[in-house]
Design a binder for this molecule. Structure first.
Ligand code: BES
Ligand code: ZN
Ligand code: ZN
Length: 486
């Protein structure tokens, strides 16, 4: 992790001083601090990466970085984050370890400075655990002007970024190093480290709770399922009733007997991204000691085939008594989530948000760019949407027309687990709604959970989508409720 220092005490002599030029400026009108201008060698040559050497002697190099215009950007905050990423990239390509940013305070507002550091920090992520040759980022230390940001904010940002990197790691790990029991083991460890409790229900307990959805999906696996409950409840929380986060923890999805064909099975290690996001969000909240009551629920298993696996036409019973006719074993996410959503009722939650890589249909709508949302509380969805814009994890609302529910009617059981070819993201959401009796939002992250390109501050593979979204939502709610209580 980059160390951000406030103030110039202890800046080593041989340090690159980087002038950050805000993205709105072009190379002609740097907003350079006076005094530095005289030093500048006027022969500025642009390099590929938008990195200029302004002045250089044996000990000091003064450089400027500016972001190339990216006309497609639509959101000012995101522009600053990506600028942070561009500066990081430029520093990396120059193999710079220690840097002092100057002109940083002049060009940005306090809020923009945080966004810039966020973009820089998020850019550090690498997943090269399985590579023989590893490329650690070279940038280690960044000196900032004294009052650039509030010191606590740097610490809070570091914790949030650490949690996001943890989520990305979990998504990037393949099944042969991260199955359901291994996920639970890690969750227990992180709970101790961050300050929340993790209860892991083993197969016997899951059977006692009659979680037929989770057990049904697990039937074909040699690895037992786990059901994980994370509880973070510090003293003096602003919310009396918890926010419950539910994450789909399908550690790998072969499709079961409705086997995924062609390359559709590729990358299905990502099918536990919802679980990763729930765990990471609670980690960040706990590390930063937010006064907020949160519970996380993760049903975890892989979806595999064996002689014992579910077949199509099987009927299973969810823990709330609902019978489900399984018409497609690849629609397994909703089965494990049904048990978790039913389990959430006992907490009398203020709100439940589930995150799941649930349907290819949602991915077809959002692409890798956003999240498909459904729910039963307009006001909660509006708030989450605003957070989505803040952090650039954008939400689009799915229709929840009553007719989608009709698609799930079964001749022989209470409901069936697929709703037919069209409207797949909505009928999946309708299936989940059946198990709720509280305010609820469903986030289908099948599109953005994993990406195929390095761009800005995101890297190929797991994205940790949803962590910044939920964190912003919680922070906003804390602010709102503290004002109301005063
Ligand atoms: N895990 C998949 C959904 C998915 C697809 C996630 C692509 C990420 C990328 C899910 O379990 C699934 O297979 N859904 C089926 C549902 C269908 C059988 C009703 C789908 O979307 O095809
Ligand atoms: Zn599936
Ligand atoms: Zn799945």
């Amino acid at each position: 992790m980059i160390k951000f220092h406030l103030g110039t005490n202890g800046v080593p002599k041989s340090v690159s001083q980087v002038i950050v030029v805000t993205p709105k400026n072009n190379s002609e009108d740097y907003n350079l601090p006076t005094g530095i201008i005289q030093k500048i060698d006027k022969h500025i040559t642009e390099k590929e990466n938008g990195f200029f050497t302004l002045y250089e002697n044996e000990t000091t190099r003064l450089v400027a970085v500016f972001a190339k215009d990216e006309p497609d950007l639509v959101n000012d905050s995101e522009e600053i984050r990506r600028f942070g990423a561009a500066v990081f990239k430029a520093l990396e390509s120059e193999k710079i370890e220690v840097v002092q940013l100057i002109g940083f305070n002049d060009g940005f507002s306090t809020c923009e400075r945080s966004l810039f550091l966020e973009g820089m920090s998020l850019s550090q992520y690498r997943f090269d655990k399985y590579k023989q040759s590893k490329k650690e980022p070279t940038l280690k230390t960044v000196y900032l002007d004294e009052a650039s940001v509030v010191p606590n904010e740097i610490n809070a940002l570091n914790n949030l970024v650490k949690a996001i990197f943890f989520a990305k790691d979990l998504v990037n790990e393949p099944l042969n190093s991260l199955n359901a029991p291994q996920f639970s083991e890690l969750a227990v460890k992180m709970g101790k480290d961050c300050g929340f409790t993790t209860d892991v229900f083993d197969k016997a307990k899951i059977e006692a709770l009659k979680m037929g959805g989770l057990l049904g999906v697990n039937q074909g696996s040699e690895t037992p399922p786990t059901f994980n409950v994370f509880t973070y409840k510090p003293d003096d929380t602003v919310n009396k009733q918890p926010l419950v986060l539910v994450g789909k923890g399908v550690m790998f999805d072969t499709g079961g007997y409705s086997l995924k064909t062609g390359d559709y099975m590729s990358d299905m290690k990502t099918d536990m991204a919802g679980a990763a996001t729930v765990l990471a969000t609670i980690m960040a909240v706990a590390w930063n000691k937010l006064p907020y009551y949160v519970i996380g629920l993760v049903p975890a298993t892989d979806n595999k085939i064996s002689a014992k696996a579910l077949v199509v036409d099987d009927i299973i019973t969810i823990s709330d008594g609902t019978t489900v006719e399984v018409q497609n074993t690849d629609a397994e996410g909703r089965l494990v989530l049904a048990d978790a959503l039913a389990y959430a009722k006992q907490f009398k939650p203020e709100l439940v948000i589930d995150l799941a890589t649930l349907t290819g249909a949602a991915a077809a709508i959002t692409g890798w760019l956003g999240i498909a949302m459904a729910g039963n509380s307009k006001s909660a969805m509006e708030k989450l949407k605003a957070s989505g814009e803040n952090v650039y994890e954008r939400l689009m609302e799915l229709p929840m027309w009553r007719e989608f529910e009709d698609l799930l009617k079964s001749e022989i059981a209470d409901i069936k687990n697929i709703g037919g070819r069209v409207g797949g993201a909505s009928s999946a959401a309708k299936f989940l709604e059946h198990f709720t009796d509280y305010d609820w939002i469903h986030l289908d992250i099948a599109g953005p959970a994993s990406v195929k390109e390095n761009k800005g501050y995101t890297q190929i593979g797991g994205t940790g989508i949803g962590v910044r979204l939920l964190y912003d939502f919680i922070e906003t709610d804390i602010r709102l409720k503290s004002i109301l209580h005063k």
